[in-house]
Design a protein around this ligand. Sequence first.
Ligand code: PEP
Length: 259
Amino acid sequence: MAAQKNRLKIRALVAGNWKMNGSKKDLSELRKLATAMKPTKSGGQVKAEVMICPPATLLPRMADVKAKGIALGGQDCHANINGAHTGDISAEMLKEAGAKAVIIGHSERRADHNESDKIVRAKVEAAHRAGLMAIMCIGESLKQRKAGETLKVVQGQLRGSLPDGCTAKNTVIAYEPVWAIGSGLTPSVEQVGEVHTALRKALMRRFGDEGAKTRILYGGSVKPANAEELMAVPHVNGALVGGASLKAQDFYGILKAYL
Ligand code: PEP
């Protein structure tokens, strides 16, 4: 498969972001996904790391399902360990609930909750403190892309949202053009390649060898029909998937890029 070239160097991660979707009955999707991923003689085995990030209410339930080969993650965390923060969840609490990672700085949180780079950076630090892998999201708006500001914007977000001490183990970057999220639109492979190459260079400048190994996911309307092509772009080390991660059949269709 075309994605093989990328996966030889860095083990890819394909993470599903369920956002504010899913209830008890949808645990069956996790079971179905685990079944689909079982290696068969003819079908081979998914070589990427696979993760589902459900709403916090489902995290412990999903952990109880013990779906082989599927890690779990949270969708956000507070920067503090505990305290008077009604409605918030700490990274430590997510870890206790069964998470291995947490999405931080998703564009929906940056927009809906006014999360600045500074806030995102504090949350990434919290994830590291708790022993969680931070999946830190960045991406330009359509207006910024049209103004030719994409690289400046994402490099600025990367600089401002990552603390010192990031390693390939504790941090993953997700490049998600805001205009591609949930819209059915995707950038061209050339556009994706340009951004991922720039991000790789910036990571290497700041974190050296760790930056060279840090996974950079692409996110924004990834689906079975375009996964193979997008995952084959240089410096694309997996995907962050929204809508198409809700149904096991669709998500597995994306994972097939890593068979
Ligand atoms: C996302 O929200 O992280 C995302 C990539 O969504 P979608 O795949 O639905 O565009």
